[in-house]
Design a protein around this ligand. Structure first.
Ligand code: BEZ
Ligand code: MG
Length: 568
């Protein structure tokens, strides 16, 4: 439809995957813009008081008589901020992790360079230590390259290319105002990604405790593109496989690592691809399918090859051949994206949680084979999900947490719910965070708690958002909806999260009025979402809290209706 009309498309510099689709679909010339400035979360209110007490406690000699009193105080202070005070060392680490977590400080405004304070904080938290690069970043962050580039593009002039990446790890994304491109798809996963992927896979296995027989891993385009295939390499490492390159160095398949070299059994991996991954990385899709096939058909004992053990079982139970029983790469049908679990949660129009598993399976049960072609195979997906011991996904960027956007619970949440239904019991859910420094694996429950403390409930985060008025309130409301999405799909959100969100944004009269004045629709949605969480039994407020929440929701709705009437 766009024909010859030039398509100038502003794009965040950290989003090469979706930008690539924009270029393919509609010949877009992308013009990059910055992502929001990042800042360390810091601590606030009860959390900083608790840290003071802990610091004092840690400085005391083991036999100091002050310890007993202080320990009682710490327990009380910890309880007041919904933390377990019984292990001071563990508590200390939790506080440090919260304090140093990176959070977005408000939003970026196109063409407006970072303020002095934000720039200083960015330079403080960035990993890069080379003085020349730091000086370059400092200079470029003071200049506007975005509006001039937009004007250049609109004048049909040339926009220089740039690889997409996260500013904090890839300072080369500066200056912004350039046309995003991705990577060399023939060389991915790179040797570095394979090395790093093996380490991260080991971290996951360490976090899991008992060796899992099967792991469900969610693969997106963006996390892979920005790491030259890191998450793909994790899946390969779990299966005990390596990429094969032809004489020109182009990816052409997968080979198995001998069991003796692997040093542990091959772990079965159910790989679910975002539609974007499927579109952008067809060679890698085939490579992953080939790795699973080769493992399933390897002449190895089943006790040391769980892929083969499962494939033989599925072939027998389902009466299919080993080629079909070895299919482990699932995604949407060609041309389709997402699992619709996010749309259902957003609408609130769903009954039992199993309906979310239905939606997920209906959308994601297309198996991609060694030939790269998709065939719907819901029964195989269900069989494979029934054997999954844990579900896992990597974080894509510092900017977007699992409660910032609805795509994480759509993909990882969706599959977790489908696993639960297939098994008849919960499987643990893990998040791999490699957005900063060496990687770390967290349980989903810990990840949601960390984001709730460092972002949603943190005045530094929400005041940063509220400077952006209407859109800022929408972002806060999205955190609440996405949190409910995790309860609905995994049940891994602790009840205190809803209690504190209610207290901070709805029950506090001044805050309620502020939100309602800035964005009356979102303020109503937020209050209703918290009530929905109660109705779905994700938290159990006492009668007084519930009545206050209900009254606040009514008040917010009345105000919204008043505005509508006034507008008419
Ligand atoms: C991806 O890069 O695969 C992706 C991006 C946004 C949402 C979901 C997936
Ligand atoms: Mg979009």
């Amino acid at each position: 439809m766009i024909g010859e009309v030039p398509n100038v498309y502003l794009y965040a510099s950290n989003n090469p995957s979706e930008a690539t689709l924009a270029k393919r679909r509609s010949n877009a010339v992308t013009v990059t813009h910055l992502t929001p400035p990042l800042a360390a979360s810091g601590l606030y209110k009860g959390l900083s008081e608790l840290k003071d007490s802990l610091a004092r406690y840690r400085s005391l000699a083991p036999d100091a008589h002050e310890r007993a009193d202080l320990s009682a105080l710490i327990s009380m202070q910890a309880e007041a901020v919904d933390l377990d005070g019984s292990n001071p060392d563990h508590l200390w680490l939790t506080l440090l992790e919260t304090e140093t977590a990176l959070i977005p400080d408000g939003l970026h405004i196109l063409g407006r360079p970072m303020g002095d304070a934000e720039r200083a904080e960015h330079l403080r938290v960035m990993a890069e230590t080379d003085p020349e690069t730091r000086a370059r970043v400092e200079q470029l962050l003071q200049e506007d390259h975005e509006l001039p580039a937009l004007m250049r593009a609109l004048s049909a002039r040339y926009i220089a290319p740039v690889a997409g990446g996260d500013l904090i790890r890839s300072p080369d994304v500066l200056p912004t105002g350039r046309n995003i491109h991705a990577f060399d798809p023939f060389r991915m996963p790179t040797a570095f990604a394979m090395q790093d992927g093996a380490k991260q896979a080991q971290r996951l296995l360490d976090a899991a405790g008992d060796l899992p027989r099967s792991v469900a891993i969610v693969l997106w385009g963006s996390d892979n593109i920005k790491s030259d295939g890191g998450p793909i390499a994790q899946a390969m490492a779990l299966m005990g496989a390596t990429p094969r390159f032809d004489g020109y160095g182009r990816l052409c398949g997968a080979d198995l690592v001998p069991l003796a070299e692997l040093g542990r059994p091959r772990i079965d991996v159910v790989m679910t691809l975002s539609g974007i991954f499927r579109d952008l990385l067809p060679l890698q899709t085939r490579m992953l399918a080939e790795a699973a096939y080769k493992a399933a058909t390897a002449d190895e004992p089943c006790a040391e090859n769980f892929i083969r053990a499962h494939a033989l079982d599925y072939a027998q139970r389902m009466g299919c051949d080993i080629e079909d029983a070895a299919l482990r790469v699932f995604s949407n049908a060609e041309g389709a994206y997402g699992s619709n679990v996010n749309a259902l949660v957003d609408s609130g129009a769903w009954g039992e949680e199993d309906e979310l598993a239905d939606a997920y399976e209906a959308r994601k049960s297309f198996a991609y084979g060694r030939d790269g072609k998709a065939k719907k195979n819901a029964s195989l997906l269900q069989a494979a999900l029934g054997d999954v011991d844990l579900a896992y996904q990597n974080l894509e960027s510092v900017e977007l947490g699992v409660t910032t956007v609805d795509h994480y619970f759509d993909t990882l949440g969706g599959i977790s719910r489908a696993v639960k239904r297939a098994k008849g019991s919960d499987a643990p859910v893990f998040i791999g965070d490699q957005t900063r420094g060496a990687g770390i694996v967290r349980s989903l429950q810990d990840q949601v708690a960390l984001e709730t403390r460092s972002r949603s409930l943190n005045p530094k985060w929400f005041e940063g958002m509220l400077k952006h008025g209407h859109e800022g309130v929408r972002q806060i409301e999205a955190q609440v909806t996405n949190t409910l999405g995790w309860s609905a799909t995994t049940g891994q959100v602790e009840p205190w999260v809803y209690q504190r969100l209610s207290e901070t944004f709805v029950l506090d009269e001044e805050m309620r009025r502020r939100l309602s004045a800035l964005n009356p629709q979102a303020s109503v949605r937020m209050a209703n979402r918290l009530l929905e969480a109660f109705e779905r039994n994700y938290w159990q407020p006492d009668d007084e809290t519930l009545a206050a929440l209900q009254a606040s929701a009514d008040e917010l709705e009345d105000r919204l209706e008043g505005l509508d009437v006034a507008a008419e």
